[in-house]
Design a protein around this ligand. Structure first.
Ligand code: A3P
Length: 873
């Protein structure tokens, strides 16, 4: 018994001992876990401020990238959420500029004082792939509830955070960032900064040696880190104040950018101790976006560069190249090939100006022509005339032939397929004569311009394809015809160097996969600033980035461009007179007044032709002339006619005798449900008013079906209306097509919403088609008021009900009437109740949406809609 008791006691002791041991080990583990394995990882003593050269010697742990949970970015949309301080804050705008230049989608929120986050999740999918705070203090000082929500979102969706802390020029401040185990010293001057070559962020950025010395400003913040979960990305030494108070001088790295690996809470962050004024911060910011978005918002490393030298023979004496300059051009081209694969200068010529310099300069011309095969060549106009000044295509052709003859005489290749017009004239805005002449004489396939859609801002420049000519955006490099001498560079020579070394020109190359630069003959004579610029640019890019530079011949380059940006193929025309630069290169013979002031957009079968007839009765309202071929609607904005260009469109309209009082308009009833029409119309005629007519969508569908029957559409003849509207997904294609034309235009709310994303509500008039049919003069009064047209036209006297036709018609002299033709107001049996019931239910949700929309717009509901809504209840 006593043995059993002993055994029992012994057992009890063992259990207690074991439990105590377990407790102790849990406490110890927790301690080390919390302290990040401090003992094990403790950094050996290193110099108080790390020298760039010492980076290789840094302790292993610093360089090791801890394995984080892989980020699943398919669970979020590829949109960056940016919290800015205000709409106009400078850093906020710099952040947006980089996102826009990189063509990344973003959403801006003004950072709230306390909390209140925007909605972060939509149908189980994260709305944002990355979060950027212009002011990191707004993030760390957020109230705990919202911070908790944001952190939870970041952890669950693998979303990282980028934040900036910019000091002021005031005295030194040291503080701990709430919730982070490191100190921030702010309001400092710094010097001797360098990149941590082991940072996993680096992608575009290559770690290189920065010149020693102070950086601009005393408003820097440095992060004092001594923990392996925070990796420095850019180190710096503190310049002012000379000595930071202890203990900051021991075992400390000062960093202006740190990468929080997220080992504490599962959220990776990159924090910047200043704004983006420092070019290296900008480069690291680009890499941080890429890294924290799991490489989804990432710039490729391939960069294509084409340097055009325009006007190779055009230049005043004294500004042109002599033979030495040409030799330097050849030598530099070879030199550049070491850093830019296949680099070749692309020379544009106007043959008329050959041999118009001094004797030495003429020798330069000769050496150029002896070296024809070393370069690529493209034609300019023979006499450097602006193409928009030629109204006749034939005179343009003549000029081009002269230049082509010159090329043939001098062995200049004529098959590069690329041309550039003086001053962008004729390229954009499109002077169609130029495109046609280029095709005829030179078989041009590619050109480039800075003008599409506008010169500024440069990051919005795009390409497009018109008449099979690929128009590429062109970038500026800071060299113009008058930039000839280094010392006389506008703003001083430092400005050019700044632009090359981390400034505008450098970031043009970083942010654009394809850059076409235009330079001029004068940039290669005298101080040869062209050569200086591109050699230094290539060096700088090579030193600081991993970008691979290369040059492609223009046609290949253009194919590459539209491979990268296929969505840019379709142009978006604008009014040439809305931009002064465009107006200056718009033919005087073409006005901008031949554009409509309003559009009747449909949908079909709602009474659009009746409205058209009534409108043109008004003395100040003028319609387009019908299409000479089809006598039908123009249908410019919805279909391929759009690609014929605005000259084609404007030819349908007369030149108004009085621009203010005359109202040109166009009716194309297909515009209403077109995906493209609202965007295109808003781009060309943004101030135009838009008129739409709605009837019960079920009646509209039935009217369309009857319309197709009378046009002997085989599907409409073969299938009953019921069969058409109820056809399933496996039905024959012609039946499905007819079904779509019957039903889709009736999704009124969806289509109107689309128009309202491009036009403000006060530019949109929604007419009740039933009222137009029964009481047209009241509707026409409303239309006149909406348009602001004068004089007021009395429709109650001008219209009469024609009992024979069964509709309102125009009253002519001697009581005669002018009604619409047979195809409008047809006689057909009423829709059967089965079809009506089906359609009523089919359109239920659409009609509910429409009623909400009309309510929002403050518009009364038409009677048919009220009736339909009653059925819902
Ligand atoms: P139905 O022929 O089916 O009756 P649209 O011109 O947009 O194609 O619309 C044709 C419809 O306009 C006709 O459809 C007709 O009902 C309607 N309508 C309204 N007012 C009219 C009018 N004064 N004369 C003829 N049709 C008119």
């Amino acid at each position: 018994m006593s043995f059993i008791m002993k055994l029992h006691r012994h057992f009890q002791r063992t259990v207690i001992l074991l439990a105590t041991f377990c407790m102790v080990s849990i406490v110890i583990s927790a301690y080390y876990l919390y302290n990040g394995y401090k003992q094990e990882n403790e950094l050996p003593e290193i110099a108080s401020e790390v020298e760039c050269g010492d980076l290789q010697l840094l302790p292993y742990k610093l360089m090791e990238m801890k394995a984080m949970k892989p980020i699943d970015h398919l669970r979020t949309d590829l949109v960056v959420l940016v919290f800015v301080e205000s709409q106009y804050s400078a850093l906020g705008q710099d952040i947006i500029t980089i996102l826009e230049s990189s063509r990344f989608q973003y959403h801006i929120e003004i950072a709230p004082g306390k909390g209140d986050l925007p909605v972060l999740i939509d149908k189980n999918k994260g709305k944002y792939a990355l979060i950027v705070y212009e002011n990191i203090l707004k993030y760390v000082n957020m109230d705990s509830w919202n911070r908790g929500l944001l952190d939870k979102y970041c952890v669950e969706y693998g979303v990282g955070v980028i934040g900036f802390h910019k000091g002021s020029e005031n005295s030194l401040q040291s503080f701990q960032l709430k919730g982070f185990p490191f100190l921030v010293h702010s309001n400092l001057g710094i010097k001797d900064c360098c990149i941590n070559p082991h940072s996993p962020l680096l992608h575009v950025t290559k770690s290189s040696k920065l010149d020693k010395g102070p950086l601009l400003g005393n408003d820097w913040a440095v992060f004092q880190i001594n923990h392996t979960t925070y990796q420095p990305v850019i180190f710096a030494k503190v310049k002012t104040p000379e000595n930071l108070p202890p203990p900051t001088t021991k075992s400390i790295l000062h960093a202006t950018v740190i990468h929080d690996l997220g080992l504490h809470d599962g959220i990776q962050r990159v924090l910047f101790g200043n704004n983006l004024n420092f070019w290296l911060h900008k480069l690291i910011f680009i890499d941080a976006i890429s890294f924290l978005s799991g490489r989804k918002l990432r710039l490729s490393l391939d960069r294509y560069l084409l340097v055009d030298i325009d006007d190779i023979f055009v230049g005043k004496e004294g500004t042109r190249m002599n033979a030495n300059d040409v030799q330097a051009l050849l030598d530099t081209q070879n030199l550049l090939r070491a850093q830019i694969t296949n680099f070749t200068f692309n020379l544009g010529f106007s043959g008329k100006f050959y041999h118009t310099g001094t004797e030495e300069e003429d020798e330069g011309d000769d050496l150029l022509l002896r070296s024809v095969d070393e370069f690529w060549w493209f034609p300019h106009m023979w006499s450097h005339m602006q193409p928009h000044l030629f109204h006749n295509e034939s005179s343009l052709v003549e000029q081009m032939i002269l230049n082509k003859k010159f090329a043939l005489e001098h062995g200049i290749p004529i098959d590069m397929g690329y041309a550039v017009a003086p001053h962008h004239s004729g390229v954009y805005p499109v002077h169609v004569q130029l495109y046609d002449a280029w095709k005829k004489v030179w078989n041009i396939r590619v050109t480039s311009t800075e003008e599409y859609p506008h010169l500024k801002p440069a990051r919005y420049r795009r390409g497009f394809i018109h008449k099979n000519i690929m128009v590429l955006p062109r970038q500026t490099c800071g060299l113009f015809t008058h930039t000839i001498f280094y010392k006389e560079y506008p703003g001083g020579p430092k400005e050019l160097d700044k632009s090359i070394q981390g400034g505008e020109l450098f970031f043009t190359v970083v942010l654009n996969p394809i850059s076409i630069f235009m330079t001029h003959l004068s940039n290669y004579g005298n101080d040869r600033l062209g050569l200086y610029t591109f050699v230094n640019l290539a060096n700088f890019v090579h030193t600081w980035t991993n970008l691979k530079l290369q040059t492609l011949p223009p046609v290949q380059l253009a194919h590459k461009y539209f491979e990268l940006f296929p969505e840019q193929k379709d142009p978006l025309w604008q009014n040439p007179c809305d931009d002064k630069r465009h107006r200056d290169i718009w033919s005087k013979e073409k006005t901008c007044d031949r554009l409509p002031k309003f559009l009747v957009v449909g949908p079909q079968k709602t009474g659009t032709t009746a409205l058209y007839l009534f409108l043109i009765m008004h003395p100040s309202i003028i319609s387009n002339s019908p299409s000479p071929k089809t006598f039908e609607e123009v249908q410019f904005f919805n279909r391929n006619n759009y690609h014929r260009g605005i000259d084609w469109y404007m030819d349908f309209f007369p030149t108004p005798s009085n621009v203010t009082t005359d109202f040109l308009f166009e009716k194309s009833a297909n515009y209403f449900h077109s995906e493209e029409a609202p965007r295109r119309a808003a781009s060309l005629i943004p101030k135009a008013k838009i008129i739409t007519i709605l009837i019960d969508p079920s009646d509209r569908a039935y009217s369309w079906y009857q319309h197709q029957r009378s046009h002997e559409d085989p599907a409409a003849l073969k299938f009953s209306f019921y069969q058409v509207i109820t056809a399933g997904p496996r039905a024959p294609s012609e039946l499905r097509a007819l079904q779509k034309r019957c039903l889709a235009p009736g999704w009124y709310a969806t289509h109107i919403e689309r128009w309202l994303t491009y036009f403000p509500p006060y530019q949109l008039l929604i007419i009740d088609g039933q009222q137009l049919r029964t009481d047209p003069s009241t509707v026409m009064d409303e239309v006149q008021k909406f348009l602001g047209v004068s004089p007021h036209y009395n429709y109650s006297e001008a219209l009469t009900f024609d009992s024979h036709k069964g509709f309102w018609c125009q009253l002519l002299e001697e009581g005669k009437t002018k009604c619409l033709g047979k195809s409008k107001g047809r006689k057909y049996p009423p829709m059967d109740s089965e079809c009506r019931a089906f359609l009523s239910s089919y359109y239920r949700d659409h009609n509910v949406e429409l009623s909400k929309l009309l309510h929002k717009l403050g518009q009364p509901l038409p009677s048919w809609l009220r009736q339909e809504l009653q059925k819902v209840r």
